[in-house]
Design a protein around this ligand. Sequence first.
Ligand SMILES: *[C@@H]1O[C@H](CO)[C@@H](O)[C@H](O)[C@H]1NC(C)=O
Ligand SMILES: *[C@@H]1O[C@H](CO)[C@@H](O)[C@H](O)[C@H]1NC(C)=O
Ligand SMILES: *[C@@H]1O[C@H](CO)[C@@H](O)[C@H](O)[C@H]1NC(C)=O
Ligand SMILES: *[C@@H]1O[C@H](CO)[C@@H](O)[C@H](O)[C@H]1NC(C)=O
Ligand SMILES: *[C@@H]1O[C@H](CO)[C@@H](O)[C@H](O)[C@H]1NC(C)=O
Ligand SMILES: *[C@@H]1O[C@H](CO)[C@@H](O)[C@H](O)[C@H]1NC(C)=O
Length: 508
Amino acid sequence: MAAARLCLCLFLFLCLLRLPRDAFAAGPAVAGPGAGRGPGDGMNVLFIIVDDLRPVLGCYGDKLVKSPNIDQLASQSMVFSNAYAQQAVCAPSRVSFLTGRRPDTTRLYDFYSYWRVHAGNYSTMPQYFKENGYVTLSVGKVFHPGVSSNYSDDYPYSWSIPPFHPSAEKHENDKTCRGKDGKLHANLVCPVNVTEMPEGTLPDIQSTEEAIHLLNVMKTTRQKFFLAVGYHKPHIPLRYPQEFLKLYPLENITLAPDPWVPKKLPSVAYNPWMDIRQRDDVEALNVSFPYGPLPDDFQRQIRQSYYAAVSYLDVQIGLLLSALDDAGLSNNTIVVFTADHGQSKKVVELVSLFPTLAELAGLQVPPACPEMSFGVVLCTEGRSIVHYFNISEGKVEEGKEGCDDTDRCFNEEPVAFSQYPRPADTPQWNSDKPKLKDIRIMGYSMRTIDYRYTVWVQFDPNNFSANFEDVHAGELYMMENDPNQDYNIYDNTSHGWFFKNLLGFLKH
Ligand SMILES: *[C@@H]1O[C@H](CO)[C@@H](O)[C@H](O)[C@H]1NC(C)=O
Ligand SMILES: *[C@@H]1O[C@H](CO)[C@@H](O)[C@H](O)[C@H]1NC(C)=O
Ligand SMILES: *[C@@H]1O[C@H](CO)[C@@H](O)[C@H](O)[C@H]1NC(C)=O
Ligand SMILES: *[C@@H]1O[C@H](CO)[C@@H](O)[C@H](O)[C@H]1NC(C)=O
Ligand SMILES: *[C@@H]1O[C@H](CO)[C@@H](O)[C@H](O)[C@H]1NC(C)=O
Ligand SMILES: *[C@@H]1O[C@H](CO)[C@@H](O)[C@H](O)[C@H]1NC(C)=O
C-alpha cells in the first residue's frame, strides 16, 4: 500500500555542529565571508540527517538511553536544543532546510510536488556547494524520495553523482518481523535477526558502509566534499538488530510522563497517529479512533524498541565518525547532525542551516530573500547564526546572547516559526499528512524560549493563502511552568500581542 510507505518525520531540532579542531583555532576570523579564507580553501561538510529522532540521547539528558557515540560527538560540538524544523513532515521539512526556504515558499506541505516546477527554481544547499567547487554526495534518505525530489533526489542539480540508496530499503515495510505466533508480520515493533533479513542486512548498515567507502574515495582524490548521510531509524517501523533490545530490559522502561490528551487541546491540534495504526501489531490491538489509548504494556514495548533503535543508530554514527578520523579528515570537516531536542538557550531554525554552513565553509553567504522571492533562484529565508558562536581553541560554544537580527526577534528574543496543515477541525484519517488539495486549515507556530503560540487559520490550497481573519483555534503554552505543553492558556490570556507579532513576521 503506497500510503503506508510515506513517512511522517518529526525533525524538531538541529542537534550538533562540530567544527574541525585546528582549522578554526584562529578564532572569530571565520565569522564573515571573505575573512581570510580564499576559495578552494574551504572545509568539507559531513551532514548527518536522522529520521524522527527525539531527545532520547545522553547528551540531551536522557538517563536511560545508551548513545555513547553521539554523546562523544556532542562533547566536541555546539549542541542546539531549541532548533526547529519548519514543518514536521519528511518531505516538506527536508525541502525546506535543503533549500533554505519555508514551506509557504516551497509550497510543499505534502509529498506530491517538485518545487522547481511548482514554486520556483530554488538553489539547494548541496547545489550551492557543488557550484562552488565541492563534490556533493548523497547517501540514504536525504531528500524524501518520489515526486518531491523529481524521483532523483534532485540529481543532477544537487549532487555530483547519482545518490546512493541502500538496496534493503525496499524491504522496510515488508513482513519481516517475527510475531508471537511465529509468523512474519509488518509490525511497528520489529527487532530482527539481521542474517535472516532479505539480503542479510538493513538499510542503515548499508548506508554507513557506502558513506565510509565515499570518505575513503574523497581521502584519495583530495577533493573538497559535502557528504549528506540520511539514516532511516528511529523512524517507524522500529526494525533493528535484535541484540540492541538487551540494552533495555522492559521493567526499566517508563511510560510517557503525560500520556493523556490535554483537556484544553483544540481538536484540530490532535495527531491521531495513523502511521502507527497501519502496522499489523497495532491494528490487532483495535485501538479506538482517534484518541486511543494504547495499552500500557504496548506503550512500554514501543518505547523499548525506540530506545533500541536509537542505540543501533548510535553505532552507525560511531562507525561513520571513526572512518572520518581514520581517513584523516576530521581535521577539516564540519560535522552537522540534525535531529531532535535539548537544552542550549538559543532558539534557531533549520532553515538557517544553509547560510550558516556556507559561511562556516568560507563561501559567500547567500543573500536573504526579498519579500516576494518566488522568482529568486538563490536566497535564503534563514539567517546565518555564525555570529552567535564563540569559536576559539578549536572549540565552538554558544557565544553572544540576545538578538542581532531584528527580522527574527521580538523583544530581544530569538524566535522560530513552523507550520502544519490539517484537513479539518477534528481528527481525520488524513490529519497527519493531508494532500495539498485537502488542506483547509494551517497551524502557524511561533516559539521562543518562554512560550509557544499557535494559531490554526483557514487555508485555501488553490491559491496557497492563509486567512488570519478566520482563526479556528489557538494554543499558548508558557514553558517555565508547563515544559511539556499540557496546559493551553490561549482562551484565558489576552494574546493580541502574540498575534500581531506572528502576523508581522509572516508578512515580511
Ligand atoms: C533551474 O536551475 C538549474 C540550476 O541552476 C538550471 O540548470 C535550470 O536550467 C533551471 N531551470 C529553469 C526552468 O529555469
Ligand atoms: C524531472 O525528471 C525528468 C525525468 O528524468 C526530467 O525529464 C525533467 O527535466 C526533470 N525536471 C526538472 C525540472 O529538471
Ligand atoms: C540468526 O539467524 C541465523 C540464520 O538463520 C542463525 O544461524 C542464528 O542462530 C540466528 N541468531 C540468533 C541470535 O537467533
Ligand atoms: C535497570 O534498572 C535497574 C534498577 O534501576 C538498574 O540497576 C539496571 O542497571 C538497569 N538496567 C539497564 C540495562 O539499564
Ligand atoms: C474493535 O472495537 C470496537 C469498539 O471500539 C468493537 O465494536 C469491535 O468489535 C472491535 N473489533 C474487534 C475485531 O475486536
Ligand atoms: C590534523 O590534526 C593533527 C593532530 O592535531 C595534525 O598533526 C595534522 O597535521 C592535522 N592535519 C591537517 C591536514 O590539518
